[in-house]
Design a protein around this ligand. Structure first.
Ligand SMILES: *Cc1c(COP(=O)(O)O)cnc(C)c1O
Length: 229
């Protein structure tokens, strides 16, 4: 199977899940998670219609996308792996969006450097909803405190929330994880308007993206299904 064929297959499943739940396909972005994937394969995905990519490491992302981004300006690059403090500057200057913001210290660091950008840096806050590693804000209270800090940092643009469901066959556990993220989104819309600051819900990976669509995902982060045969 080629990358284009993989993407076509995923696309078919996305459309089915959309039809099943009465959602519109254009509400959902398909991100290609390109960590550990060579540039030539990224370019193949790009030709097959993917324009948003996720990397989990700052340096790998910069090395891979520096030239590509100059030649194809519509390419968007998100950081999806946990960010260490000493990488915050490079991340803030290079990526379009940081999806893995999981502590206040990182918000402060990103805010410090994002002022040097032409466009505000987009931010998704990561919520821990049951995944095995303890990534993400632990609960709603931690999340709300982080949001206050985020709203006060003029250089950062809140866009929404991100989570990872536990890696399990148990659909109910996965579903309950995604539902917590939707619930958090509803709370943020009420407490921290305007609601449009929170409209991105990044949830759903290779093994659970159809469930994520059913639960309201607006961004699917898919790696292995696209890039592995
Ligand atoms: C690797 C990764 C993905 C993609 O996972 P697949 O199962 O390969 O689709 C999505 N999100 C995050 C945060 C990741 O680290």
């Amino acid at each position: 199977m080629s990358i284009a064929e993989n993407i076509a297959k995923i696309e078919e499943k996305i459309q089915k899940a959309c039809a099943f739940t009465g959602r519109k396909r254009n509400e959902i972005t398909l991100m290609g998670v390109s960590k550990f994937v060579p540039l030539c394969m990224v370019e193949e995905a790009l030709r097959a219609g993917i324009s948003c990519f996720g990397e989990s490491r700052v340096k790998e992302g910069i090395n891979k996308f520096e030239l590509l981004r100059n030649s194809v300006p519509e390419v968007r690059l998100h950081l999806i792996g946990s960010l260490q403090r000493n990488k915050a500057k490079n991340a803030a200057l290079f990526f379009d969006c940081i999806q893995s913001v999981d502590r206040e210290q990182i918000i402060a660091e990103l805010a410090r450097f994002a002022g040097q950008r032409e466009k505000p840096l987009e931010i998704l806050l990561e919520l821990h909803t049951g995944e095995e590693t303890k990534r993400g804000f632990a609960d709603f209270d931690d999340l709300f405190r982080a949001v206050e800090m985020l709203m006060n940092a003029g250089t950062l643009k809140p866009r929404g929330l991100m989570t990872m469901a536990p890696f399990t066959e148990d659909k109910n556990l996965i579903r309950s994880s995604f539902r917590q993220l939707v619930k958090a989104q509803n709370e943020l819309e009420k407490r921290f308007p305007p609601a449009e600051n929170w409209n991105c819900l990044s949830m759903g990976m290779s093994n659970d993206f159809e469930t994520a669509i059913e639960e309201g995902s607006s961004m699917l982060r898919i790696g292995s299904l696209i890039f592995k045969e």
